[in-house]
Design a protein around this ligand. Structure first.
Ligand code: FO1
Length: 317
């Protein structure tokens, strides 16, 4: 029997790991990965799309899993020379990674959209599953901090997330249009389901939800929508999500994330470690489910993908 397509909404590392697992159990025509572009920026004249690249490199099995960004087997000749010449050093670009940014910049300057560019880069890397930026129009996360408003990469990398963040906005999101590919994917009547990956709710998922139509389409979706919590036992496995939640005045828990998505998800997958928390909450809406979610190995990624797909199928029936 032909199964419908599964859609993954995805940010950086955690999202990319689940997208990888899904890509190993679903054929390219059964999976579309929609990716955050709120982290994108121009640096040293190059168009950089960190979350798209994390997904591309992860699916191509070329990601540096230890660092959590950039290419495996990387070299740093350009950065070293840039340092000698007195160029900017705060954002490190490896030589192999730079090759991808050069191509992206060339394609964009030649008039291709970010969607066309990303599909082309995926092809170059041998990735067959469609990876779609949420929009071809720029959406840029701004972090409102005690040191003023900071562009996302300035907050995240240059300032190492040290400033206290009290809010976020997504410049350009209000007027950004969904690409035709993303719109068609979300409107597909035959979807198997939508998975909101375990990505940072404020800076990976919220920028996508801020694009007009996304939240509405998720709410209206007839197929089940399942979110996977990026918070386990009150901690984020990687990245600043826990710090951001506590600075936003939210309880640092999977339940807080479930509340942020409550209007459009049917169920929230919490880690097995949070079973007691789910028991206390006794939610019906959204439904809370506890299973192992930590992805240390390749097998863990595939196991979580299978768990998500079987939950989607249960929710549908
Ligand atoms: N993160 C860092 O912490 N330091 C860096 O120098 C850095 C460089 C970098 C270059 C390319 C790229 O695609 C990502 C890079 N990142 C770096 C990670 C990235 O900025 C963030 O992890 C994501 O935007 C958050 O999802």
């Amino acid at each position: 029997m032909k199964r419908g397509r599964t859609v993954a909404l995805c940010g950086g590392v955690g999202g990319a790991k689940l997208a990888y697992g899904l890509s190993r159990v679903l054929a390219p025509e059964e999976l579309t990965i929609i990716v955050n572009t709120g982290d994108d920026f121009e640096h040293l004249g190059l168009a950089i799309s960190p979350d798209i690249d994390t997904v591309l490199y992860t699916l191509a099995e070329r990601a540096d899993d230890t660092r959590g960004w950039g290419r495996a087997d990387e070299q740093w000749t350009v950065m070293q020379e840039l340092a000698r010449l007195g160029g900017e050093q705060w954002f490190r670009l490896g030589d192999r990674d730079i090759a991808l940014h050069l191509l992206r910049t060339q394609f964009l300057r030649a008039g291709k959209t970010l969607t066309q560019t990303t599909l082309e880069l995926a092809r170059c890397l041998g990735v067959a599953h469609p990876i779609l930026p949420i929009s071809d129009d720029p959406v840029r996360t701004i972090v409102h901090t005690d040191q003023g408003d900071l562009a996302f990469q300035h907050y995240f990398v240059r300032e190492r997330c040290v400033p206290q963040a009290h809010g976020y906005s997504y410049a350009g999101a209000q007027t950004a249009r969904l690409s035709a590919q993303v719109r068609t994917t979300l409107q597909d009547d035959g979807l198997r389901g939508i998975i909101v990956c375990p990505s940072n709710p404020y800076v990976s998922i919220a920028p996508m939800l801020a694009v007009p139509g996304v939240r509405e389409q998720l709410r209206a979706c007839r197929a089940p929508v399942l979110a996977v919590s990026p918070i386990i036992g009150g901690r984020a496995l990687k990245g600043p999500a826990a710090k951001m939640m506590s600075e936003a005045g939210a309880e640092v828990s999977a339940l807080s994330v479930a509340r942020l998505y409550a209007d459009f998800i049917d169920a929230m997958l919490l880690d097995i470690e949070d079973s007691a928390l789910a028991e206390q909450a006794r939610h019906d809406d959204p439904k809370l489910v506890c299973e192992p979610t930590v992805m240390r190995t390749r097998e863990d990624r595939i196991a979580l993908a299978r768990t998500c797909l079987s939950l989607l199928d249960q929710l549908r029936h």
